[in-house]
Design a protein around this ligand. Sequence first.
Ligand code: ZN
Length: 114
Amino acid sequence: MKLNKNCKICNKGTWTEVNDILMDIESYIFIVKGERCTECGEEIINEQEGQKMINMAKKIGVWGTPLKLYRKLSRSARGTVLSIPTDIEKELKLKGNEAVAISKSGKKIIIEIE
Ligand SMILES: [Zn+2]
């Protein structure tokens, strides 16, 4: 991809190569190379770097929806129970005695292994 050196957004600046563009994927921060306009600050990630970032994000499981499984909640005397699907159990190497932190984000319940 060959870029025109003049910024089309502000028509004033020129693209300069930078290596500190911050990308936020699911609250993981990636620092990638690209170009930034000297005037308006618009940033372009070069294609190769973008792909590298996607691969990295996939590796740590934050790209797309890596694992979505459906389960029904059940009710016990002590409250609502959710059993963790075995795939996730294996993936996280759960032994079943871990301490977890449970929080809520909209309609999502986030379970963090401590
Ligand atoms: Zn610009």
